[in-house]
Design a protein around this ligand. Structure first.
Ligand code: AMP
Ligand code: MG
Length: 329
């Protein structure tokens, strides 16, 4: 009999509930993203969003899957990394369900969940993963029992950089897709700070310089085009180095920014040069959602891990490489 896991995601702006079987079948994946009318994401507002809408989203997932609570065998939740108030709200819902239904509770690292749902979809066995989202920008690969961060942003995440620039340009949140659209009409490339430091990258200097182009009167499509080419070029450079160094032959692109076609095109080129296969996670599984949490819950439970409610406190700064990956060898 296949196990069924209900996974709750709530690290930042999105709350999601996903239901996945131990055969890797996604039965439901419902979510909602907080879109502030102005300014960025406030942790308290986001956690209120999760507590207001969470229960309804869980019910919707149960309906979509055509299941009753007695059909659920496991509860998994995003334990970190993320915004404290959001994590605590989500964890409280997960603990309540686990206690009420008297079933195992499993704590999931959000970044690891992104990698594993991508591996499930692509059937990749051991990829180099480029994980790009509103809160994270990392190049990750499995080595010595853990997912190691080969390179990452030293300051702001790529999605955050795009959203902040978009807000400055008067775009609504999330600005990533709007910047992508504008960039297609860009013609003139304007040089921006390209900062790759070893295997790490930095976006804050580039953001400041891009804002300056706005006040210099550079057309918006040219700014968006220049920003994309520079930001994606930096990412491609460290992804390429990770592929060359690890000699792995699969490259996986995941996270909300994976929806970008130009980034996909650039990384496809990187993979081809290294004889690696490439996969971009499909839009419904790319951003923050519960199916990835549920699938990771299954992987962990099947390798013998669960957590007591008493010790299930959240880990806002939980790094990708701090967890022993028991299900991979
Ligand atoms: P996540 O944090 O994984 O839910 O992803 C949300 C982030 O993805 C936001 O910062 C969005 O601006 C960004 N994003 C979504 N679609 C695109 C796109 N087509 N191009 C670039 N960024 C995108
Ligand atoms: Mg994410």
């Amino acid at each position: 009999m296949a196990l069924v896991c209900l996974g709750l995601e709530g690290t930042a702006h999105s709350f999601g509930a996903g239901i996945v079987t131990s055969k890797g079948k996604v039965l439901a994946n419902e979510w909602d993203m907080l879109k502030p009318s102005q300014g960025g994401i406030h942790p308290r507002e986001a956690s209120r969003h999760h507590s207001d809408l969470g229960p309804g989203i869980i019910c919707r997932a149960m309906e979509t899957a055509g299941m009753g609570y007695k059909d659920i065998n496991l509860i998994a939740f995003s334990r970190g990394p993320g915004l404290g108030p959001c994590l605590r709200t989500t964890a409280t819902m997960a603990r309540t369900l686990a206690l009420k239904l008297d079933i195992p509770l499993i704590d999931v690292n959000h970044c690891v969940a992104h990698i594993e749902i991508g591996s499930l979809e692509s059937r990749f066995e051991d990829p180099v993963t480029v994980y790009v989202s509103g809160g994270n920008t990392q190049v990750i690969a499995f080595a010595g029992g853990r997912f190691r961060t080969f390179g990452e942003t030293l300051d702001i995440a790529i999605g955050n950089m795009l959203d902040v620039l978009g807000r400055y340009l008067g775009m609504e949140f999330p600005a990533g897709p709007l910047i992508e659209k504008e960039a297609r009409a860009g013609r003139d490339f304007h040089s921006l700070p390209y900062s790759v430091k070893g295997m790490d990258i930095s976006y804050s200097g580039m953001l400041t310089a891009a804002k300056k182009l706005v006040s210099d009167g550079v057309p918006i499509p040219d700014i968006c085009y220049s920003v994309q080419e520079t930001a994606f070029g930096m990412l491609a450079e460290i992804a390429e180095r990770a592929l060359a160094h690890t000699k792995k032959d699969e490259l996986l692109l995941t996270g909300g920014v994976a929806r970008n076609d130009r980034l996909t095109e650039i990384l496809t080129g990187v993979s081809e040069r290294h004889g690696a296969r490439f996969h971009r996670v499909s839009p419904s599984l790319a951003g923050d959602q519960g199916a990835m949490i549920a699938w990771n819950g299954i992987l962990q439970y099947e390798s013998g891990h669960e957590i007591e409610v008493e010790s299930s406190y959240v880990l806002p700064k939980w790094r990708t490489d701090e967890q022993d990956i028991l299900w991979r060898h």
